[in-house]
Write a protein that binds this ligand. Structure first.
Ligand code: GDP
Ligand code: MG
Length: 165
């Protein structure tokens, strides 16, 4: 089993933390400056029976000018080509930036796993509420609450990813 996975989400939701944990080394280039990086391979996770190539997809935010529009379109094309998308949010801080990304994902056929990160900062009830809201909003492949920092529920996320491939 092998496939390409794109991790997308607003700055500071925990994308680099998750990738670094998966890859167990600091291979992620810390560039959160929007519109400065192109799509790039950020790391390869090789297990006993699988291989996942993580793709960085910058530029998914409301474009402010023509170049921005070009970047967004490039990013969208990448999202259409990967095998799975991890859409990552900061469960404690969901807002318009997340809604913008969600709007784009709704137009794409690639399976999307909604990753609710930072659940260490929320109660069980709050997490359930967020899951319920998102479930009504879009047909996700799955919704998985995690803590990238505290490495909670990451096995479940990985198993779900492997299930797509
Ligand atoms: P990125 O911009 O999406 O790559 O986000 P980073 O991985 O750089 O994380 C942004 C901040 O959120 C950092 O201070 C992380 O330590 C923190 N963070 C990441 N995951 C978690 C989590 O599960 N829980 C908490 N409390 N903080 C987290
Ligand atoms: Mg980052």
């Amino acid at each position: 089993r092998s496939g390409f996975v794109s991790i997308i989400g607003r700055p500071n939701v925990g994308k680099s933390t998750l990738l670094n944990t998966f890859l167990k080394q600091k291979v992620v280039i810390m560039s959160d400056k929007p519109q400065t990086t192109r799509n790039a391979i950020r790391g390869v996770l090789t297990g006993k029976d699988f291989q996942i190539v993580f793709i960085d997809t910058p530029g998914i935010h409301k474009p402010k000018h023509r170049l921005g529009e070009y970047m967004v379109n490039t990013a969208i094309r990448t999202l259409e080509e990967v095998d799975a998308i991890l859409f990552m949010t900061d469960s404690k801080d969901i807002g318009p930036g997340d809604d913008y990304i969600l709007g784009i994902l709704k137009k794409i056929k690639t399976p999307v796993i909604l990753v609710l990160n930072k659940i260490d900062l929320l109660s069980r009830e709050e997490i359930d509420g967020i899951i319920k809201k998102y479930r009504a909003d879009m047909d996700f492949y799955d919704i998985i609450p995690i803590s990238a920092l505290h490495q909670a529920n990451l096995d479940n996320l990985l198993d779900t990813l492997k299930g797509i491939m």
